[in-house]
Design a protein around this ligand. Structure first.
Ligand code: SAM
Length: 172
């Protein structure tokens, strides 16, 4: 399995902390290797790492990394999610399965250069909605949701339960 990286641009720490945290947690749950966020935000880093400490895995979070820097040394397919892009179902068939992938999601307007630099500009429908929704649907389509129930070897493991909550804590 190749690595999936997320690049979140346009993050404003005071305004977007909840949305960007959810972008990170959704991508972690759907099997991404890690996330880059353009503005430095130590609180965001701590919050996301604290989830991994409890629920396992080695999801990486790096803030203060601009999108150009993230893509510069990246050897793989760069996908930019935008409502103006080509159809998701068609784009997914063009993504090489043997290469890493970096998925860029914005906040407000993204610079025109990003459309040029991306290998694929992909829409999840042509209606405006949300970076969390677009990323989650894209990742589900790309991976068939394979990571959703994987054991992450965490201190806490949730056992699916049709009613109520079952959480197993592994003793230290
Ligand atoms: N006009 C923007 C656009 O180009 O998609 C919508 C801005 S939206 C608040 C923030 C981010 O959500 C966008 O940068 C894009 O990554 C993602 N997004 C929103 N709607 C989308 C859609 N229908 N398809 C793909 N991505 C979408």
């Amino acid at each position: 399995m190749t690595d999936i990286w997320i690049m979140r641009t346009g993050h404003r720490p005071h305004r977007d902390k909840r949305v960007t945290t959810h972008v990170a947690l959704s991508s972690r749950a759907l099997g991404a290797k890690g996330i880059y966020v353009d503005a430095e935000d130590r609180v965001l880093e701590e919050n996301v790492r604290s989830v991994s400490e409890r629920f396992g895995g080695d999801f990486e979070v790096h803030t203060g990394i601009k999108w150009k820097e993230a893509v510069r040394g990246f050897d793989g397919t760069v996908v930019h999610l935008t409502m103006y892009g080509q159809r998701l179902d068609e784009a997914i068939t063009k993504i090489p399965s043997d290469k890493d992938i970096m998925i860029i999601v914005g906040a407000e307007k993204v610079p025109p250069e990003m459309y040029e630099r991306a290998d694929l500009n992909v829409s999840v429908g042509n209606q405006p909605h949300s970076e969390i929704a677009a990323l989650s649907i894209f990742l589900y389509g790309l991976t068939n949701g394979k990571a959703l129930y994987e054991d992450r070897g965490g201190r806490f493991t949730v056992i699916p339960n049709s009613r109520g909550k079952t959480v197993v804590e592994v003793p230290k």
